[in-house]
Design a protein around this ligand. Structure first.
Ligand SMILES: [Fe+2]
Length: 316
């Protein structure tokens, strides 16, 4: 095991050869023993796998993504890869015949951080999302389109407590090496002028949950704890010129200051959705395939408040 600390906003946790072999055997066994119909048991078994195989230092380094002042992301590298053969997603659904190795790795890492969470309006509430350039019309399944993605926070229409805390992106296939880009939103905001910052934090936009649960005016950026999130959905644009140019300044600073990682097979990017924004260039590759999971650290609170298990949420 080794941990690199490059002068970057992300850290790298490398799985050594022996751990890779253990994870490989264990995750295949879990895939054979559990079906995805029993997600709670699968989650618990995957959690046990990670606790048994990773060192305390690795577990701590992964959890650092949750810390105020922690890295924007942690890159887990040298994971065992999945031999997916011809099981490439063609519809956005889970490919038939795929083993459950990659699911076990995602659930296992999620358990180190919090709880997996899904949304019924995205991938039909699936906890593992296929991010591939599939050509079907249904937007529920098709989470990747070729256009470049602006710097954004996932599920930004939702109030803070309902947004995922962390995103897991597991590389399955990325032959054209298209990188995923990200940056701490706070450090970008600090690099902007006072007037631009003031504009970005002014609450003046009406957008929110489709169900209308969230009401009131919102700003383009918002402070959450010691971090900063982008609350303006990436597909929306401010109507006035001043805000548009403030947003353009923020986006170009993100692009200028952002880090990039190629999430290839055997790598998992663990990305803070509370403190960082992520983005990518245009992608027309029909072969790029990542598997994604959303993780919440607010499971107990959501459960207590009755927000988990109701219409919008499916949780392991
Ligand atoms: Fe995203």
């Amino acid at each position: 095991m080794s941990r690199e600390c490059p002068d970057k906003s992300y850290s790298v946790v490398t799985i050594d050869e022996q751990q890779q072999g253990c994870l490989s055997d264990y995750s295949v066994r879990l895939g054979q023993q559990c079906s995805n119909k029993n997600t709670r048991r699968f989650y618990e078994e995957s959690a046990r796998m990670m606790q048994e195989i990773l060192t305390l230092e690795q577990l701590r380094d992964i959890r650092a993504v949750l810390l105020d002042g922690g890295p924007a992301a942690v890159l887990l590298s040298h994971l065992p890869t999945e031999d997916f053969g011809s099981c490439f997603p063609s519809t956005g659904n889970r490919p038939a015949g795929l083993s459950f190795r990659s699911d076990a790795l995602l659930y296992g890492v999620a358990s180190i951080i919090g709880h997996p969470i899904g949304y019924s309006d995205e991938h039909s509430g699936d906890l593992v999302h296929e991010i591939a350039n599939v050509s079907i019309g249904c937007p529920v399944y098709n989470s990747q389109h070729p256009d470049a993605l602006n710097p954004h926070t996932d599920r930004s229409r939702y109030p803070e407590d309902l947004r995922p805390s962390v995103l897991l992106l597991l590389g399955m296939n990325n032959p054209e090496h298209l990188p995923t880009r990200f940056v701490l939103a706070g450090s970008v905001a600090r690099s902007l002028s006072e007037s631009v910052r003031e504009n970005l934090f002014r609450a003046r936009y009406e957008f929110g949950l489709p169900s209308g649960r969230f009401q009131g005016l919102r700003s383009i950026l918002s402070s959450v704890g010691s971090g900063i999130e982008v609350t303006l959905p990436p597909e929306e644009l401010p109507s006035d010129e001043e805000s548009s140019s403030a947003l353009a300044a923020f986006r170009s600073a993100c692009i200028e200051q952002g880090e990039e990682v190629e999430v290839n097979a055997g790598k998992m990017l663990i990305l803070s959705n509370s403190r960082s924004v992520h983005f990518r260039d245009r992608n027309e590759s029909p072969e790029r395939w990542l598997r994604r999971m959303y993780v919440t650290v607010r499971y107990q609170q959501l459960s207590r408040d009755g927000k988990v298990g109701l219409d919008d949420f499916v949780v392991a």
